[in-house]
Design a protein around this ligand. Structure first.
Ligand SMILES: Cc1ncc(C[n+]2csc(CCOP(=O)(O)OP(=O)(O)O)c2C)c(N)n1
Ligand SMILES: [Mg+2]
Length: 810
């Protein structure tokens, strides 16, 4: 790595700081800021010359980030957005080479540790799992949760990162987890653009932090624009801290401490961060630092130019108020540095950034050149003995002359060559076939792995323990099975916490947690406001800090309010960091059958499409649900468990090992054996299907009923496909709209499991109607699959194949 000045911003320890030391720190800060600016300029150039796809940079935001970095300590967390490169450099959480490696999408995590080339540039993350998936010691490092591109997307999890400090400080039973916290002294730093504060996720989370009183420090980088949209169209009074004044804490109230400071005023920024963060750290008071008068010297991103929408006056103002220009002026005016010294340092910094950029480029380009040359030689060898010599040499020549080639060019050339010579056989061709398979495998690892953490703690590896019962096992309400399960787990593992609307004092709306707050305390079992997005964010943040949250969403219908955070942030976390981060949140909810437009939804197709990266559990009763919780709480991957809303009062036997037995994920169960037709269903409709079985038997039809138990993973032992070999007929029953959850199940069975080949009748689905279900029992009967519907549909499928034996009923 080329030589540079100290990469990490110094802190001012006023007591024993000489003017010389002070100068050194300031000059070093300026250099970090200046290097960062050069990286932005060079990065943009690399995009515009075609070496990288897209660029978004932190120019104009440098000085505030230098000040913020001074207050950031080991153990602290950042959860922010794409403008923070200076902060990342100043804290040592990233560096220039990694910055360029990400711009070039280098898939090597050694070179691009934030995402292994998966995320666009300036999306930061530190790796807090080692290569085996074990936690590293978080109190000895500075920590950065992985960025996402959606505006305000980093804020909900910020709440959890801060909330973890509160749990670690207030719950002394957690003191053994000393690699995650030192008495909850860690501050969670958030950053967000002024425009993004218009998002609901920001307001919701902000309010929650004021209620919870957690060490969360949100900085708002205010450059008065959100791409082209000016502040007057974004924010009431054009001033976010002004309108948030009602959150200011007062004598005897909770709330925030709110600070406002200009983004080019180095001294004021350093003082503000020092004051704000010590208060936040010591007293667990959330703070807001509104940093105004920031600029965008190069405009928003490489996708357009800001001259299109900013006035000449505004552009001139931005030039004058460029934070680095202002800092430089101040340094000269206060005799911290001379223009000559600074000029020389800037020249060195420019050169240094250029060297880092070249090295990062070469690190990837050199490897690809070697790979390209090897493949080109192999293609030439094939050409030498092939009847398609000229065409093959054309492919090689195109490959050799491609500008800034990537692996796709090499693989694509090989695939073309193999297509061309499909009727030939030679050692050379076979060698290319082998190479291609191997190369596709390697790129699979680069680009298609780590949807889940897949560590030794994966819930898929949790040993299966069967439920045990006494001979005269008690029949209890389903909710009591769950209650006993949660009780046993809270007793076993002090890291587990649960929170949600009405979860604490009354023990949730269906009383699964009844009495447990009294037993385990309100720091572990907690009521929250009505705020689904930030409930999930709260879970994510604390899960990233080593705790085990059960985050409850009161009804499945309200999961939609948390969709953005679940599908953007939680489910992509492992993938987008290439296994560098995890957040094993268990989302608990209840759904399917009840009555009413917002109390009976079963939007499984939506969930299955949007939430790959979660295990999706659909237990048919509370015993199966308990077994799934037992599995998930011993694993380390996120999951969604949807309990059946109409099952809490149904009687079930209470297992003697209610906190120990496990239900394995992805293992389907045959609930009724038969050889005429296979019916696959889950959750609440399963009970109806089981009621239909004896009725259909009376009509001479033997039904095989399969419960997949989890929709993702789905029936990993292919029980459904195997059943079709026997029955040749498939009916899928669920309560989603047509072509949603049922279409997913069909794809798994007919395509992935090869069930298509066993069919001798058209596969059918029995689902709810296209619209949401109405209120009332008649509405339910006419819109959701009923017992009559199941019987008649199965019968009609039999009739289709054998009308003589099964004449039409009506
Ligand atoms: C949810 C969402 N909506 C829209 C966008 C597109 N977008 C990307 S950046 C941006 C502007 C953000 O402005 P601001 O929050 O002020 O941050 P700045 O870029 O000015 O620092 C927009 C609209 C997005 N990424 N995510
Ligand atoms: Mg902005």
């Amino acid at each position: 790595m080329p030589e540079t000045a100290i990469q990490v911003a110094g802190t001012f320890n006023v007591a024993d700081l000489s003017f010389d030391d002070f100068k050194k720190i300031v000059i070093n800060d300026y250099r970090i800021g200046y290097e960062s600016r050069q990286a932005s300029i060079l990065g943009r150039r690399e995009v515009l010359t075609g070496k990288a796809k897209f660029g978004i940079f932190g120019d104009g935001k440098e000085v505030a980030q230098l000040a913020m970095a001074k207050a950031f300590r080991n153990g602290d967390w950042r959860s922010g957005y794409y403008r923070d490169q200076t902060f990342m450099f100043a804290t040592g959480m990233s560096n220039l080479r990694e910055f360029f490696a990400q711009l070039y999408a280098n898939p090597d995590i050694e070179k691009e540790p934030a995402s292994g080339g998966r995320q666009m540039n300036c999306h930061y993350a530190t790796r807090f799992l080692d290569t085996d998936g074990n936690w590293i010691n978080q109190v000895e490092t500075k920590n950065c949760a992985s960025d996402i591109s959606t505006t305000a997307g980093a804020i909900p999890r910020l709440l959890g990162l801060a909330y973890a400090s509160k749990l670690y400080r207030q719950n002394k039973e957690l003191s053994y987890l000393d690699n995650f916290s030192v008495n909850g002294n860690e501050v969670a730093f958030g950053t967000i653009g002024n425009g993004s504060t218009s998002e609901g996720a920001f307001f919701e989370t902000f309010n929650a932090a004021g209620v919870l009183q957690v060490p969360m420090a949100i900085s708002i980088w205010d450059d008065a624009y959100a791409i082209s949209v000016p502040a007057c169209l974004q924010t009431t009074k054009e001033d976010i801290s002004e309108i948030l004044k009602g959150f200011q804490r007062e004598e005897g109230t909770n709330g925030f401490e709110i600070f406002k400071v200009r983004g080019w005023d180095y001294v004021a920024l350093c003082e503000t961060y020092e004051r704000a963060i010590s208060l936040c750290r010591e007293e667990h008071v959330p703070v807001l630092i509104h940093v105004t008068e920031m600029t965008q010297p190069q405009g928003h991103s490489t996708s357009g130019s800001h001259e299109r929408y900013k006035s000449k006056d505004r552009l001139a103002w931005e030039n004058d108020h460029d934070c680095l220009v202002k800092m430089r002026e101040w340094m000269i005016a206060t005799a911290i540095a001379t223009p000559e010294d600074l000029g020389q340092m800037e020249a060195e910094a420019k050169k240094y950034v250029r060297e880092c950029q070249r090295e990062a480029w070469n690190e990837l380009a050199d490897i690809i050149t070697v790979e390209l040359n090897e493949t080109a030689k192999d293609l030439e060898a094939l050409a030498d003995i092939s009847a398609y010599r000229d065409d093959l040499m054309e492919i090689v020549s195109e490959l050799r002359s491609s500008v800034d080639p990537g692996r796709k060019d090499i693989v694509s050339a090989t695939r073309k060559a193999l297509r061309l010579t499909v009727n030939e056989d030679s050692t050379e061709r076979r060698a290319l076939q082998v190479w291609l398979k191997d190369e596709i495998g390697k790129n699979d690892v680069r680009y298609n792995t780590k949807l889940f953490s897949n560590t030794i703690e994966s819930p898929l590896k949790v040993p299966v323990i069967n439920a045990q019962y006494e001979d005269d096992a008690r029949l209890v309400d389903g909710r009591e099975v769950l209650n006993a399960c949660f009780d046993a787990n809270f007793d076993r593992d002090k890291r587990i916490v649960a929170f949600g609307e009405d979860l604490g004092a009354i023990g949730d709306v269906n009383q699964g947690f009844a009495g447990l707050q009294n037993k385990y305390g309100d720091i572990r079992i907690t009521d929250t406001g009505i705020r689904e997005t930030s409930i999930i964010g709260q879970g994510m943040g604390i899960a990233m800090r080593g705790l085990r949250p059960i985050a409850e969403i009161q009804y499945l219908d309200y999961l939609i309010y948390a969709m953005t955070i679940i599908c953007d942030d939680l489910t992509s976390l492992s993938y987008r960091t290439m296994g560098g981060q995890k957040a094993p949140v268990i989302i608990r909810t209840r759904g399917h059958r009840l009555e009413g437009v917002w109390h009976s939804g079963s939007p499984m197709g939506m969930i299955l499409s949007a939430m790959r990266g979660l295990h999706i559990c659909v237990p048919r009763d509370m015993t199966q649900a308990a077994g799934m919780y037992n599995t998930l709480l011993r694993g380390d991957e996120p999951a969604l468990v949807i309990e059946c809303l109409n099952g809490y009062r149904l009687k079930e036997k209470l297992p003697t090992n209610v906190g120990e037995f496990t239900v394995p994920l992805g293992k389907a169960e045959i609930l009724s054996e038969g050889n005429d037709i296979t019916v696959v269903s889950y959750g609440s409709t399963l009970r109806i299907v089981m009621e239909a079985v004896p009725e259909l038997a009376k009509l001479g039809i033997n039904v095989e009923v399969i419960d997949p138990q989890t929709l993702y993973p789905f029936d990993t032992d292919n029980l459904c496909g195997a059943s079709l070999k026997k029955t040749s007929k498939l009916l899928v029953v669920d309560e989603d709209v047509p072509g949603a959850g049922s279409a997913y199940i069909m794809q798994r069975i007919l395509e992935a499991q090869g069930g298509y080949y066993a069919l001798d009748a058209q596969p059918r689905s029995l689902t709810a109607k296209e619209h949401r279900p109405p209120y009332g029992s008649d509405g339910d009967y006419f819109t959701k699959p009923s017992l009559d519907d199941v019987i008649d549909t199965v019968y009609s499928m039999m009739s289709e194949v054998n009308p003589a034996k099964f004449p039409a009923i009506y």
